[in-house]
Design a protein around this ligand. Sequence first.
Ligand code: RUB
Length: 275
Amino acid sequence: MKRKSFIYSLEYIIDMNFNQICKAIKEVKIQGAENVARAALKAYYLNPTKEAVKKLISLRPTEPCLRNALAHLDEASYLIGEYGSKLIGKNNIVYTHCHSSTVTNMFRIAREKGKTFLVRNTETRPLYQGRITSKELSKLGIPNSHFVDSAMRVALKKCDIAFLGADSITPDLKVVNKIGSEMACEIADRYDIPVYICTDSWKFDPQTIFGFPEIIEYRPKNEIWNNPPKGITIVNPAFEKINPNLITAIISELGVLSPADFISEVRKAYTWMFK
Ligand code: RUB
């Protein structure tokens, strides 16, 4: 049976910024260990930096729930970096699409370990999140070649390995990620390039266990074309589901696992979700 959400008492923080949430936690306007942890997670998402983590932890020193929630994300990111970087060979050409902080962090760790590799990435129309990836890689000193989306096959076919992020993973083994991701996987399959998904296990979507389909977000048409002539229907899907057969493995804090093994480890790790 689907459980009720208990976060109704925190609705008022939805419009708060990072500093306002910190103030509310400090002044005990947000109280109760679990509510403090939930609010801190929201604040962390608004400001995902090491300084923010330090500040959030300092607000209520007797709150291990808050510390554990924040630590999970950092620990998972660290482990994904450790596992993923091992898969990058010397002077590899590596592909990625869109912007995944988990993938970029893994590249950072690989670089810190002395791995030399070149990243090829696609720009990700219409919002160009691929540029964020390119900018971050440049800052990290990782050589990077940037391609338009329609050059995806050209970008990919000489790559040794591909890494993508995930927005959601469903019990029927589907990884949902930025539009273009399944196309990238199909091209990679054609050229025998292994594809790894880098993701925290929290991307598993428990709602889908209860028969709710994973909804694919369709975004406003003006992101693509501001004033198109009449009679044109603009279709702007933000995400797509990837066929699990096209995924070599999912790299998470649970290990480097096939989609089926990943789901079975998630089932063990989060038994309460399946009741
Ligand atoms: C971003 C996207 C990313 C995942 C994973 O899409 O698809 O691959 O969100 O990101 P959008 P992360 O730009 O529309 O949010 O690894 O940072 O969780």
